[in-house]
Design a protein around this ligand. Structure first.
Ligand SMILES: NC(=O)c1ccc[n+]([C@@H]2O[C@H](COP(=O)([O-])OP(=O)(O)OC[C@H]3O[C@@H](n4cnc5c(N)ncnc54)[C@H](O)[C@@H]3O)[C@@H](O)[C@H]2O)c1
Length: 326
């Protein structure tokens, strides 16, 4: 079966592409390369286009006889989405609308949508499950929630089999060349500071949590990729017709604990300049967001296999190599 992976040249997308090919699936990538890197997907057919370009999407679906889509292409920076909400609605919502229209016209049967824990906003529970009422607190999260509704509504009208996968905080690299080089996530942000011999920044240590810093559910990108393989197979074989599921580890790690792990793994813990400094809270950062993972375990038989040390060590290897220019 052939899958179109949108955003397949991105950090998570390239991991999904590699895992799906290793599992024996045919893959073609559609990516506008706005943040993606074609070097991550050498040897994989690539259509360079925006998902809002209906003609290119339709041609790609027909030329490659696509039967399933994994849709990862999106803008993902929370702060930017607050400044430029309409840009996020255009890229994430209008892009998805065009893609779904082309997909249903082309008879695509399965659709995996890259959603996010951002749909929950600031859940007031230890472990948030999929039945919690979604209350996104920024335009990025809203675009993901609207996207889930669009996929589900389309499925109701057409019979499209679908999975909305809500990723928690993705980190790590399954291979050094696939490492996350953007600095909008915590781990690369801390790496960048340490590279410059500057203290990493922690935003707020006065939250109602054990060490006062925010608590997140970090999940290895290799585990995210294997969840996509499991979802794609379940949809493709008709074992699952509709699923909304968290992808996390179900374990909370505080930002301060994560920074300490990074200092230890990078061998900088003894350096005085590596001690974190605390700055003011960022607007819209919820205190604690940790996944309940019961549903994905029950429906797909999937669970995360990698721990936080592996996430940091694998990212650091890729980061150091690209810093050294290799
Ligand atoms: N990184 C995380 O922690 C995280 C958490 C939850 C959800 N997600 C979601 O996962 C997906 C992938 O995120 P990532 O971290 O790999 O980001 P990324 O920026 O590395 O990848 C996004 C890819 O999509 C492409 N792209 C963006 N907009 C496009 C468009 N309109 N048309 C065609 N291509 C487009 C980019 O060039 C890039 O290759 C996104 O949908 C994001 O919202 C990420």
């Amino acid at each position: 079966m052939t899958w179109l992976v949108t955003g397949g040249a991105g950090y998570i997308g390239a991991h999904v592409v590699r895992a799906m090919r290793m599992a024996g699936e045919e893959v073609v990538v559609l990516d506008d390369l706005s943040t993606g890197d074609p070097g991550r997907i050498a040897g994989v057919p690539l259509v360079t286009a925006n998902v809002s370009d209906a003609d290119s999407v339709t041609r790609a679906l027909h030329d490659h006889a696509v039967q399933g889509i994994v849709h990862l292409a999106a803008k993902k920076q929370v702060e930017e989405s607050v400044r430029l909400p309409l840009y996020y609605y255009r890229e994430n919502v209008e892009g998805l609308r065009v893609l779904l229209e082309a997909a249903t016209q082309a008879g695509v049967e399965s659709f995996v949508f890259s959603s996010s824990a951002a749909v929950y906003g600031a859940p007031d529970v230890d472990l948030v499950d999929e039945d919690a009422e979604p209350r996104p607190v920024n335009p990025y999260g809203t675009t993901k929630l609207v996207g889930e509704w669009m996929v589900a509504d389309t499925a109701r009208a057409t019979g499209l089999r679908h999975a909305n996968l809500r990723y928690f905080n993705v980190a790590g690299a399954a291979a050094p060349d696939l490492t996350d080089r953007g600095v909008s996530n915590l781990v690369p942000m801390v790496f960048q500071a340490l590279d410059r011999r500057q203290p990493p920044r922690i935003f707020g240590d006065d939250y109602d949590t054990p060490d006062g810093t925010c608590i997140r559910d970090f999940v290895h990108v290799g585990d995210i990729a294997s969840a996509h393989v499991a979802a794609a197979r379940a949809l493709g074989s008709d074992a699952v017709r509709a699923l909304t599921a968290n992808i996390g580890r179900g374990r909370g790690v505080s930002v301060r604990e994560m920074v300490q792990t990074i200092r230890r793994v990078t061998g900088t813990a003894e350096e005085p300049w590596s001690a974190p400094i605390v700055e003011a809270r960022r607007a819209g950062d919820p205190p604690r967001v940790v996944a309940s993972t019961d549903r994905i375990r029950e429906v797909l038989g999937w669970r995360a296999e990698h721990g936080v040390e592996e996430m940091v060590a694998s990212s650091w290897e890729g980061w150091s190599r690209s810093a050294a220019g290799s």
